[in-house]
Design a protein around this ligand. Structure first.
Ligand code: ASP
Length: 339
């Protein structure tokens, strides 16, 4: 069998950082050189072409425009390569994995996003293992979706979350089983993975200037906050509202409910997601069903990260076939479970 060829995007992150007087920062050229050494000493390491972004970023600087660049680079190289690896900082890695999952439609090849908690320049680190695993998964014929390779696990990208800020196993998939793991050998469960699409691959861009916002309910959250945001010149076209428990909001706060109703009546798309680590926004309680009546779409068990990315994606598409609310209520890339 001919050797697989991968296209690799290196966007930045701790993984390739070095210590500077200001603290850890990415150093151009360092990770590509280390990766070559890793490739040489790792049997079966696939051939690859690496594109190092300039500037390399700490992923806390990531902007939606970066997603357009990544999706365009993958699209431009889609036909020529067998799989794709995106090397990324961990802080916003789950947002990028989610955004790419929506932007890359009908994927027939794996796109594996990885990073590390400890940089390659420190020993021991998790960086080398995460790279080796990501490069392995990116050669798997049975994977046709955007995944995250981290700490010997393979997660669906749009189900992944950075849940633990100080652990090597920083990422979890609280609402969906992990797709694969490495225990002596690489194993993944095809039954949990997205099937290969029969339709042609298509890359979408998003409107990086869309006004999207995320809000989190808390005791004291005031209706006037929603009104101020909605009356501003740059009123959001999409809002992810992180609600309590099973998707609940204070139904006794009529001012808040009517502010949310007005926001959706004026054309903002509001997506209801739970602020719990796992579980889903439902209409099981009166305090939850009132939000559906106020016009909010239930995001079911979508993560807040995937919800933000899905709003960017859905609100950037021409509304030819389905309205945004219908798209948001539908699982597009396995990002949420059926209601
Ligand atoms: N701040 C870093 C980043 O997201 C953290 C990391 O990569 O682990 O780029």
């Amino acid at each position: 069998m001919p050797q697989k060829r991968l296209f690799v995007i290196y966007a930045g992150g701790t993984i390739g950082m070095q210590s500077t007087p200001q603290g850890y920062a990415p150093v151009p050229g360092y990770l590509p050189a280390e990766l070559q050494r890793i490739a040489t000493r790792t049997p079966g390491f696939p051939a690859y072409t690496l594109r190092e972004y300039a500037p390399l970023i700490d992923s806390s600087n990531l902007q939606p425009a970066h997603w357009n660049q990544m999706a365009a680079d993958i699209a431009a190289n889609y036909a020529a390569y067998d799989g794709f690896v995106v090397i990324h900082g961990t802080d916003t890695l789950a947002y990028t994995a989610s955004a790419l999952s929506f932007m890359l439609e009908n994927l027939g090849k794996p796109v594996i996003v990885t990073g590390s908690m400890v940089p390659l320049c420190e020993h021991p680190n998790d960086a080398e293992q995460n790279l080796v695993d990501a490069f392995h998964w990116a050669t798997e014929d049975g994977l046709h979706e955007v995944c995250v390779a981290f700490n010997r696990q393979l997660l669906r990208g749009n189900r992944s979350r950075k849940l633990w800020g100080a652990e090597i196993g920083a990422f979890g998939s609280p609402n969906y089983p992990i797709l694969g793991r490495v225990q002596g050998h690489y194993e993944f469960n095809p039954a949990l993975c997205l099937p290969k699409s029969t339709k042609p691959f298509k890359a979408h861009s998003i409107n990086a200037d869309l006004a999207i916002t995320g809000l989190k309910l808390y005791p004291g959250f005031a209706a006037r906050l929603i009104e101020q945001i909605m009356n501003s010149d740059d009123a959001p076209v999409g809002v992810v509202l992180e609600t309590y428990g099973a998707g609940n909001a204070p139904d006794a706060d009529t001012a808040l409910i009517s502010a949310l109703t007005h926001a959706s009546q004026r054309g903002s798309v509001l997506l209801n997601v739970t602020q719990c680590v796992s579980g889903k926004a439902s209409s099981d309680y009166a305090a939850g069903s009132i939000l559906a009546r106020a016009g909010l779409v239930s995001g079911l068990d979508i993560t807040p990260e995937a919800a933000i990315a899905k709003l960017y994606f859905v609100l950037s598409q021409p509304h030819e076939v389905l309205e945004p609310a219908d798209l948001l209520a539908t699982s597009l890339r396995g990002e949420m479970s059926a209601s």
